[in-house]
Design a protein around this ligand. Structure first.
Ligand code: CS2
Length: 479
């Protein structure tokens, strides 16, 4: 089996990028594109090594450091696996014990770019994309010397840059948020203002570039099978932190000024219009992932490939993607159809074990841009929204089952306490549950048009998902 190796001198790699959120997605996306960029730029490429920081996984930092920051990417094609060794991480650090600390690393003059993949919930935003000043982690960060959240770390680092009078790095948010660059800029300036430093907020707004980006690659969690496959491919060399990923790779980045790696070498596109790509991806890919994840979990289908292979759920998801989730996507109708076909093919990839419980995490931070924005547009245009109603009812049911400990997977959501309380208080009252969920403006935004009607529809579906067999409901809904 051919094994792709980094084609540059690893010992000469220097760090020019600081990354926050060293998870599997980052290691299958930005690091891979940066490796290609380093290889393509023989003169200056080596300045673009990455210092990759994790905020929550000291074990991963230790493991990567033990492996000289090298790891294996397993590109899972339906017909077989391509094995590549990735070496573009120059250093891995854990926020908790990092010296000199992430703000100082950000302010290092060699750091020209900061990238982030801390997941949608890592920004602590409300449904309208502002910093959630009431979030516990934000409250704690406002009074801490060493910030723990992404907005806190960025604000502290940029404050140092301003004080030392150097050129600020470009900040590239690589998470699935609507207008992610603009949104992150606002979260950071909100954070600076909450700390009472309006001048810093103004300086950041004026001097720091936060281009929007759209990132796309399906990257599941690493399984023991992945580790075993790597052992088989590499022989004696052991890698305890390989990353499996699908073949698809997309990175659309808003134009910005300043030095940067030649990411085009891996297919990245620079454009002045990220918004169209982003909306298509957030709604048609991520939104459809959510219906497959929640309804799949209720129907006993643990992975996305299992869920799309179910004839009824596969049909519902495809229809939801094409007819509801394409609302407001500014592609020609042929392009929407082609994009949807490509997405369904990716979802079917049997070599990707993408678990529903993982996608289901942090639903309260994902709902607004992925589901409610197109739902609202459809309702305003007088179009029906059966898929969104099923999805929201499925989410509530999924949450209620977690609350009753009837699912054997862990529940992770930044608003878990409130949502759990609603489920517990209104245990047998579907209407009260649906209404209380929908009334959480920080999740769903302002009331939907014809709010009462939609609350009743969701409650009706919730009742069916609770009292009838989920398979029967799906067959019925698939038509
Ligand atoms: C998924 C994404 O977990 C989720 O929310 O929808 O991680 C999805 O796999 C990626 O955005 C694909 O690019």
């Amino acid at each position: 089996m051919a094994i792709h190796q980094p084609r540059f001198d690893l010992t000469r790699l220097r760090s020019g990028i600081l990354h926050l959120g060293c998870g599997n997605f980052h290691r299958a996306h930005q690091v891979v594109a940066t490796q290609a960029a380093i290889e393509a730029d023989k003169e200056n490429g080596l300045r673009w090594g990455i210092t990759s920081a994790t905020m929550r996984r000291p074990d991963l930092t230790r493991q990567l450091t033990r492996q000289d920051n090298l790891y294996t990417l397993l590109t899972r094609e339906p017909e077989g696996t391509v094995v590549s060794i990735i070496g573009a991480i120059a250093e891995s650090v854990f926020l908790g014990d990092d010296r000199p600390g992430l703000p100082a690393r950000l302010a290092d003059r060699r750091t020209r770019i900061v990238t982030l993949t801390v997941t949608a919930s890592g920004y602590h935003l409300t449904a309208d994309g502002r910093l959630d000043a009431q979030a516990d982690d934000i409250q704690a960060d406002l009074v801490r010397d060493t910030p723990h959240t992404a907005p806190g770390v960025l604000t502290a680092g940029l404050e140092k840059v301003r004080r030392q009078g150097s050129a600020p790095p470009v900040v590239l948010c690589c998470d699935n948020l609507s207008h992610n660059g603009r949104t992150l800029r606002r979260a950071v300036t909100d954070f600076a203002s909450l700390r009472g430093d309006d001048r810093l907020a103004e300086w950041i707004a004026q001097h720091v570039q936060f281009p929007d980006t759209m990132v796309d690659r399906i990257v599941p969690a690493t399984t023991p099978d992945d580790i075993e496959d790597v052992r088989r491919a590499l022989g004696d060399v052991e890698d305890a932190a390989p990353v499996p990923a699908e073949p698809w790779f997309q990175w659309v980045i808003g134009n910005f000024e300043g030095p940067r790696p030649c990411w085009e070498a891996h297919g990245a596109q620079f454009t002045s219009d990220v918004a169209t790509f982003e909306r298509a991806k957030l709604q048609m890919l991520n939104g459809t992932h959510m219906i497959l994840a929640y309804i799949g979990a209720l129907a006993g289908l643990p992975t996305i490939a299992d869920a799309v292979a179910d004839p009824a759920l596969g049909r519902i998801a495809s229809r939801f993607m094409r007819e509801e989730q394409s609302a407001g996507v500014a592609f020609a109708s042929d392009d929407i159809a082609r994009y949807a076909d490509a997405l369904m093919t990716r979802f079917r990839n049997p070599a990707i074990v993408h678990r529903a419980d993982r996608i289901g995490r942090n639903g309260s931070a994902k709902m607004a841009a992925r589901v409610i924005a197109p739902m609202r547009a459809n309702i305003e245009a007088g179009r029906p929204t059966p898929g969104a109603i099923l999805l929201i009812a499925g989410w509530i049911r999924w949450f209620a089952l977690h609350e009753q400990q009837a699912l054997d997977t862990a529940l992770a959501d930044p608003r878990a306490e409130t949502l759990r309380r609603i489920c517990a208080e209104a245990r047998h009252d579907h209407h009260a549950q649906a209404k209380a969920f929908l009334e959480m403006e920080e999740v769903f935004g302002p009331p939907l048009p014809r709010h009462e009607y939609h609350a009743a529809e969701i409650a009706g579906m919730l009742r069916r998902l609770t009292e009838e067999s989920v398979t029967a409901v799906l067959c019925d809904e698939a038509g």
